[in-house]
Design a protein around this ligand. Sequence first.
Ligand SMILES: O=P(O)(O)OC[C@H]1O[C@H](OP(=O)(O)OP(=O)(O)O)[C@H](O)[C@@H]1O
Ligand SMILES: O=C(O)c1cc(=O)[nH]c(=O)[nH]1
Length: 178
Amino acid sequence: MSVRDELLRQIKDKAVVHGKVILSSGREADWYVDLRRITLDGEAAPLVGEVMLDLTADLDFDAVGGLTLGADPVAAAMLHAAAARGRRLDAFVVRKAGKAHGLQRRIEGPDVAGRRVLALEDTSTTGGSVLDAVAALREAGAEVVAVAVIVERGAAPAIEEAGLPYYQAYTMSDLGLA
Ligand SMILES: O=P(O)(O)OC[C@H]1O[C@H](OP(=O)(O)OP(=O)(O)O)[C@H](O)[C@@H]1O
Ligand SMILES: O=C(O)c1cc(=O)[nH]c(=O)[nH]1
């Protein structure tokens, strides 16, 4: 089985939850993909790094990350998978809000100013979270080359409207949920 197929099998097995749930946007849904159960799973997380690097192989970027928390372990998985391939890839974390103490940075990690970066999500429904990260990255002087997610669940129109290429490892139909 390919790495992509194996990760899909694990997402279906470990992350899809059926039942009424309130989403980040305030909308109600009757299923949820809890990708933290994948990106923080010792067996599945390394596959995430491989699949996301393969997905975005045609892009030119040298740092990855997005709005905490969902994007964080995706970025770390890509960093480690890239290192194993002999490629230097930095990661960053975009805070939901700036903090008032310490260095008061909203984007943590190596500086992104002047760099080509990839904005990540574990899953994107309205695109609100990832587009918040994109705005913060641009404010910090980064060039956002694209958005990439593990599972797309509705954000494509918003991300395309924002003029960004949108890379999706899996869609709802891959999960049998469309
Ligand atoms: O496309 P959107 O409508 O913005 O929804 C998707 C967001 O919702 C989830 O995060 P959540 O807001 O639950 O926060 P968390 O990552 O801190 O758990 C998910 O990890 C995405 O970041
Ligand atoms: O829209 C969301 O908040 C959301 C949907 C989903 O399936 N998984 C998730 O972590 N967040």
